[in-house]
Unconditional design. Structure first.
Length: 366
């Protein structure tokens, strides 16, 4: 009898036993298909992943290393720009500024005025030093003492250095004009021009007296400090100017003695390069005497007390003795055994003692 719903055509040629086996296989195949359809599909090469997080430790370490290198690179660049400003020279200049302000005030000026003046003075000096390095990069490359400066090594390009120096200079003038007074701003601009144009471009490579006249720029901080407090100049700051002016040759020429071959190779006619040591030492003594005279003349002009007077006499005699000792050794031909750098360091000590005494004296009752 025919199946009420009819059989497929295959059933016509199958026995009942064969038909049951066939339909059983179909049902099992259907169940496997249903189960496998519920399993996760295998991803193919064309599938886009869901941005998994990297678990490779080498990748993480590489990213951290790159960030560290970037930080080191930025830090190195900052250090290079700071080096352009010659921070140690700026420190010496600022040592003279604050005591001058205390003397002008007759006491301690406001903190804001001190900070504003120091910021303006530091950026003005930093500008002059940077522009000096830009202009002198050719001779800096020849001298052992300066061949590692940023513009020589290529850490900073000449164009970047020039822009940096000009920006610092402009900032210093505007800052002092707005926060201190116009007199201090004009004096800062004059100091910058005296050093960059007067000393660096005109005098340094032309005359053995370069540091004498070029050093006048280093005397300007005392004028700026006095003007910051009083808004004008007087005889007292001019005498302070004189102290530093006459101090500069016996301060710098011992350094030139030590590095005379450097200067000779670079073609810079520093006095120790072109004349005998005895003549250099003799001129140092003369400048030292003039320096001490200015320091003593300050006593009646600024009404200084016994503390400053004693310090000026004692420190002046000590530093003068160092210059005389240098001369004696030069006469006997033992200049190299003298250690000219001892006189160089003695000059720094002398200037520090004098200006520390200037800053203390106004607070004493006698």
């Amino acid at each position: 009898m025919d199946h009420p719903l009819g059989r497929p055509k295959l059933a016509v040629v199958m026995s009942p036993r064969q038909w049951n086996l066939y339909t059983g296989k179909q049902r099992r195949s259907h169940r496997c298909t249903c189960v496998t359809s519920r399993l996760p599909r295998r991803k193919t090469a064309t599938d886009v992943p869901d941005a998994p997080l990297s678990t490779d430790p080498r990748s993480t370490a590489g990213s951290a290393g790159a960030a560290t290198l970037r930080r080191k690179s930025v830090a190195a660049r900052v250090r290079a720009y700071v080096a352009l400003t010659k921070p140690r020279v700026i420190e010496l200049l600022l040592i003279t500024t604050v005591p001058t302000m205390i003397l002008a005030q007759g006491g301690f000026p406001s903190w804001w005025l001190i900070i504003a003046t120091l910021v303006g003075g530091a950026t003005a000096a930093g500008s002059a030093n940077t522009l000096n390095m830009v202009y002198d990069r050719d001779i800096d490359a020849v001298m052992n003492r300066t061949r590692n400066r940023p513009l020589v090594t290529g850490e900073i390009t000449p164009r970047a250095g020039l822009v940096f120096g000009l920006v610092l200079g402009a900032f210093s003038v505007v800052w002092l004009w707005l926060t201190v007074n116009w007199v201090a701003a004009v004096l800062a601009l004059a100091a910058n021009l005296m050093y960059t144009v007067g000393y660096t471009m005109l005098l340094k490579r032309q005359t053995s007296q370069n540091i004498v006249w070029g050093g006048a720029a280093g005397c300007m901080p005392v004028l700026i400090g006095w003007a910051a407090v009083t808004g004008r100049l007087d005889w007292a700051p001019l005498l302070l100017f004189g102290i530093i002016f006459f101090w500069t040759p016996p301060h710098y020429w011992p350094l030139s003695m030590k590095f005379r071959q450097d200067y000779a190779n670079a073609g810079v006619p520093m006095l120790p390069v072109v004349v005998a040591d005895t003549r250099v030492a003799r001129q140092m003594i003369g400048y030292c005497v003039a320096m001490v005279v200015c320091s003593l003349a300050l006593i009646p002009v600024a009404d200084m007390g016994w503390f400053y007077s004693a310090a000026a006499v004692a420190s002046g005699a000590w530093f003068g003795g160092s210059c005389v000792a240098l001369y004696r050794r030069a006469v006997t031909g033992t200049t190299r055994k003298l250690g000219a750098m001892k006189v160089f360091h003695a000059s720094i000590t002398y200037l520090t003692l004098v200006f520390v005494a200037i800053s203390i004296d106004p607070f004493l009752p006698f």
